[in-house]
Design a protein around this ligand. Structure first.
Ligand code: C5P
Length: 244
């Protein structure tokens, strides 16, 4: 790709690959972001902060507005609870939802079976089911704390393989691991990458970061971006700058 893109290409990239994290304390603040960026990005992500404050009503509001919603609650529980939580999310009409891959094969498979069966029975669109490999804020030290002596890439590939074998649609991983995941799984998994930062931007709590363009060039399917866009005064300009 050329070093700088014409603005129509940038618009296209944002509309087809960018997921904006609505990490806001309440629905009013989240609505501000959606009002400003609706139609300019591919999807909005509702995570633990907003969901805990506003509950499923706000997710339904976004779905009714015609927005694609990635429900990022990272389910990790016993198989039955994981499967039933995934079903509740599917019935909200979300486009994508996720689990910690570390919940294990039995929980991931139980969730997939429950969602597939119920969506077919109730004529619902099946959401994409995604396994989180390792948080992009985690590095080797965090894994050592957990008693895993290997490198974070090894752990990510192991979790991605588990997710793939459980038949899920994709994984969340940092852009650094995309190639290794594609090689190890041999499947056309969706790869969703957070930890995106503009050149010269502050990392915050993220450790394994890349720019938007680097992530897409590395083969990521979607990039999730929060603070580098949502914390800016002019969020559309922030998207342009991020993608440039
Ligand atoms: O503000 P920032 O761009 O760091 O936001 C990244 C978003 O992606 C946050 O909502 C965070 O919860 C989420 N996320 C992540 N790493 C993962 C999975 C999700 O950063 N592995």
């Amino acid at each position: 790709m050329p070093a700088t893109l014409p603005s129509t290409d940038k618009t296209e990239l944002a509309r087809s690959r960018l997921i904006v994290a609505l990490d806001a304390p309440n629905a009013d603040d989240a609505r501000d972001i959606v009002d400003e960026l609706s139609g300019e990005v591919f999807a909005f992500k509702v995570g633990l902060q907003l969901f805990t404050a506003e509950g499923p009503g706000f997710v339904s509001e976004l779905v009714k507005r015609g927005e694609r919603v990635f429900l990022d609650l990272k389910f990790h529980d016993i198989p039955n609870t994981t499967a039933m939580a995934a079903l509740s999310a599917a019935r909200l009409g979300v486009w994508m939802l996720n689990f910690h891959a570390a919940a294990g094969r039995e929980a991931l498979e139980a969730a997939r079976f429950a969602v597939e069966e119920t969506c077919a029975k109730e004529s619902l669109e099946k959401p994409l089911l995604i396994g989180v490999t390792l948080l992009t804020s985690s590095g080797g030290d965090h894994l050592k704390e957990l008693g895993f002596a290997g490198m974070s890439k090894e752990y990510v590939v192991r979790m991605a393989t588990l997710t793939s074998e459980a038949g899920l649609d994709g994984v969340v991983a940092s852009a650094y691991e995309v190639a290794a995941i594609r090689e190890a799984t041999g499947r056309d998994l969706l790869i969703v990458t957070p930890g995106i930062r503009p050149i010269g931007g502050t990392f915050g709590d993220q450790k394994r970061v890349m720019t938007f363009r680097e992530a897409i060039d590395a083969g990521a399917s979607y990039a999730v971006v929060g603070r580098p866009i949502t914390a800016e005064k002019d969020r559309r300009a922030a998207i342009e700058a991020l993608i440039a």
